[in-house]
Design a protein around this ligand. Structure first.
Ligand SMILES: Cc1cc2nc3c(=O)[nH]c(=O)nc-3n(C[C@H](O)[C@H](O)[C@H](O)COP(=O)(O)OP(=O)(O)OC[C@H]3O[C@@H](n4cnc5c(N)ncnc54)[C@H](O)[C@@H]3O)c2cc1C
Ligand code: SF4
Length: 446
């Protein structure tokens, strides 16, 4: 008997086959040549382009849009990649509505920005489809550098270092490179195995050896890396998750949202993934939205995001929140979980209403319960497995300047490092900037 959205408990195949195909295809399909030209023609090519200032990687946006408008998308792609080697992924996943497009003068004047993200995708896809790698390496420097983590920060650092003529070895604990590009970002933002294709394309610069299944602290040590390499860059992200601290949290079918999303990203056939009829997601960021939306797209009947503060404080952008509600996800605010009920497995989650006061969040006496076959926790990731010798700041590796840590010869960037927002584009910028700093340091006489 086939399953439906009404099948009780947790079940796979709740939707017809074609629904999975539709639900997990490109959320924002690419522009064709004509559409790209029309979109590019809306740009004023501002002299003091605010869009460029708002881009964490400082891409010369008016220049690349002009290059598209004049029929040279390959040159546009090179403009983008010279600042952001993961410009293809960023074109798909950047919250442009909070970055470049938010400050675009056409957004400010007319409420409709130039579609910078989609234009960036048009340019980068055009060049990547030709299999062309637009950069070559400088003459070999004879220096070797270790990079820990093959996520956006590590890949960006490794590419820049390789381009500058260094030999780079990347170590990653997982069996595949890409970091959260491969295991975290929502499927519908990056369908078609784009994350792996992008890594393969990036590695064509040469000079980079990738070693997967190699974890710092398990297979390699910081001391060993510092002895063997001229410099070390840590881009190890945040692999721990925060606990709910609600009674009964250890019941079955209570999972970290990031684990659910990683499994989903790796499943070639989404119809085989079991999903609850009633799903509750706790959190207010991108991870919460992605877990909730994808639960709905897998066929859950009722999906509710519960956030402990007011909706205006959710870190997921307005566009993401609207996307969630448009697919039928319910967002409940000002409530925090106090207990997970069930006989072995979760059946209900109990919440207390909250009050956000100047002295902190206060739980009210009144509670309510939501039915849940699955409960996903999306209340933030934490640094895990970092070397003990490192100084921390706010739970992350303390860095100053372009990613310098408290230890000489050791840099860090991306989500694992202090400061900066936890975004793909920020990780790329920090990896690139640390690479430039490492290069400058290695060029100094010892
Ligand atoms: C569910 C989810 C959705 C997101 N969606 C978006 C989005 O739409 N847009 C956006 O801009 N940002 C998004 N983000 C944030 C973005 O993915 C991160 O900011 C970005 O991936 C950080 O890059 P990073 O290289 O610092 O870390 P990561 O991408 O986490 O990569 C770290 C790498 O280090 C490896 N590693 C960890 N520990 C070790 C160790 N001990 N030894 C060796 N290797 C190790 C990991 O295996 C991983 O490959 C999302 C995050 C999540 C969790
Ligand atoms: S702010 Fe808008 S109009 Fe001005 S250069 Fe940037 S994209 Fe073009």
């Amino acid at each position: 008997m086939s399953n439906s959205q009404l099948t009780p408990g947790i079940a796979p195949g709740r939707l017809p086959a074609e629904a999975y195909q539709r639900n997990f295809s490109d959320l924002d399909p690419p522009l064709d040549r004509h559409e790209a030209h029309v979109a590019a023609d809306r740009c004023y090519f501002c002299h003091d382009a605010p869009c460029m200032t708002a881009c964490p990687t400082s891409i010369d946006i008016p220049l690349f849009i002009r290059q598209i408008a004049t029929g040279t998308p390959d040159a546009a792609a090179k403009t983008i990649f010279s600042q952001n080697i993961l410009g293809g992924m960023c074109a798909r996943v950047c919250p442009t509505e909070q970055l470049c497009e938010e400050v675009c003068v056409r957004e400010v004047a007319e409420g409709k920005p130039v579609e910078i993200g989609r234009l960036q995708r048009y340019a980068t896809d055009t060049l990547m489809a030709k299999g062309v790698h637009p950069f070559t390496r400088a003459a070999p420097t004879g220096k070797r550098i270790a990079v820990v983590g093959a996520g956006p920060a590590g890949l960006s650092a490794a590419h820049r270092l390789a381009m500058l003529g260094h030999e780079v070895v990347i170590f990653d604990a997982r069996p595949k490179p890409g970091g959260l590009n491969e295991f975290g970002i929502a499927s519908y933002k990056t369908p078609g195995d784009f994350a792996q294709a992008e890594v393969e394309w990036l590695l064509r610069i040469g000079g980079i050896t990738l070693k997967t299944g190699q974890a710092l602290g398990r297979d390699i040590t910081l001391e060993g890396l510092r002895e063997e390499y001229g410099a070390v860059f840590l881009g190890m992200g945040l692999s721990g998750v925060n606990a709910l601290r609600a009674e009964g949290e250890d019941r079955a079918n209570v999972h970290a949202a990031v684990d659910f999303i990683a499994t989903l990203r790796q499943a070639p056939d989404k119809s085989t993934l079991p999903i609850g009829r009633d799903v509750v997601v706790i959190g207010g960021g991108m991870t919460a939205v992605d877990a909730a939306v994808q639960s709905k797209l897998l066929g859950a009947e009722n999906v509710t995001i519960v956030y402990r503060r007011g909706q205006e404080k959710m870190s997921a952008s307005k566009v993401e929140q609207e996307h969630a509600t448009s697919v039928g996800v319910r967002i409940l605010c000002n409530a925090a979980p106090v207990a997970v009920h069930g006989n072995g497995a979760v059946r209900e989650v109990e919440f207390a209403y909250t009050e956000d006061t100047p002295s902190g969040l206060k739980l009210g006496a009144e509670t309510f319960r939501l039915k849940a076959d699955q409960l996903f926790k999306a209340i933030g990731q934490t640094l895990a497995g970092q070397p003990e010798a490192l100084e921390l700041s706010g739970g992350k590796i303390a860095v100053t300047g372009a990613g310098r840590t408290s230890l000489d010869g050791l840099w860090a960037g991306g989500d694992c490092a202090s400061g900066g927002e936890d975004l793909t584009v920020t990780a790329v910028a920090e990896g690139r900037d640390a690479a430039m700093d490492i290069h400058a340091r290695l060029a100094q006489p010892s």
